[in-house]
Design a protein around this ligand. Structure first.
Ligand code: FBP
Length: 270
């Protein structure tokens, strides 16, 4: 690990990564409820919010839109990804080289590793190449550590998520993105075994403002360094209100009640 390699994508050692690779990973169905979210400019605009420390997109969106936003958005280049049309074993194509991402102005790379998948070995070797190239360019490294595959009955059990977090440390990530394992104790376990590698919670499917903020608050109290979130932000009619509240919980260490009281986020559902 190179100290401070994630400086550009953190603030006060914390991160709020806005992820917008869903058009590839899940397809346009993720934009159905808020049709404006299919327009990358809409979500690039959201990514200019002060709370967002980095914006994770695939190469196509970065090439087409990032030049107009480079003064206001910190680019996290999501190098690999696979469509939901793929019916094979969990795997992720490397769609973007570190060199090209650096040329486009990215400050960090993002890379998915499916630990436990039949393709884990190849994915780990691809991660090695990307991680070492990122070091050459002083770019931060974020691992989307998502164990899955035939042998995994429960991919969000406490032991699996702690293992996912540890893989990030072992393989040289600055930040590891993990799914929420369902309890404060399990989240703490994952954070405790991550050493100097920061842990951020993955957002998951959309929930109410209060439920989402409470989960983020629990994760932060358990030792997480922030959040990497997609649907819970861009699937809202007013993403700014939730980002205002997330800023309070993540960076100002406020409670959910305090954050809801201080912002226009909803107290019930959205
Ligand atoms: P969400 O906050 O919407 O869950 O996004 C996080 C993320 O990791 C995205 O970057 C990615 O597109 C998606 O989840 C993949 O989720 P899954 O592999 O579980 O379908």
């Amino acid at each position: 690990m190179i100290p401070l390699a994630d400086d550009a994508i953190t603030r006060d050692e914390k991160a709020l990564i806005l992820a917008y690779d869903h058009g590839l990973e899940h397809g346009p169905v993720d934009f159905a409820d808020v049709p404006a979210s299919a327009d990358p400019e809409t979500v690039f605009d959201v990514a200019t919010h002060d709370a967002v420390t980095a914006f994770a997109v695939q190469k196509g969106l970065a090439e087409a839109y990032y030049p107009s936003y480079e003064d206001d958005v910190t680019l996290l280049a999501k190098l690999n990804g696979t469509s939901n049309l793929w019916m094979g074993e969990p795997d992720s194509a490397v769609n973007w080289s570190v060199e090209n991402a650096a040329d486009l102005g990215a400050d960090a790379i993002g890379f998915t590793l499916y630990g436990g998948a039949n393709n884990e070995v190849e994915m780990a070797e691809e991660f090695r190449d990307a991680q070492e190239a990122a070091r050459d360019h002083d770019m931060g490294v974020v691992m989307w550590s998502y164990p899955r595959g035939q042998g995994l009955k429960n991919d969000t059990s406490g032991s699996t998520i702690a293992y996912a977090a540890r893989l990030g440390l072992e393989l040289g990530a600055d930040i590891t993105k993990i799914k929420y394992p369902g309890s404060a104790d399990a989240m703490k376990w994952a954070c405790d075994v991550s050493g100097k590698t920061k842990v951020v919670m993955s957002g998951g499917s959309k929930t109410s403002d209060r439920e989402f903020l409470e989960t983020v608050e629990t994760a932060m109290d358990a030792g997480a360094s922030g959040l990497a979130v997609g649907r819970n932000v861009f699937q809202r009619e007013d993403p700014t209100a939730l980002l205002d509240a997330l800023e309070q919980v993540i960076f100002q260490e406020k409670t959910t009640d305090e954050a809801l009281a201080a912002t226009s986020a909803e107290t019930t559902s959205n």
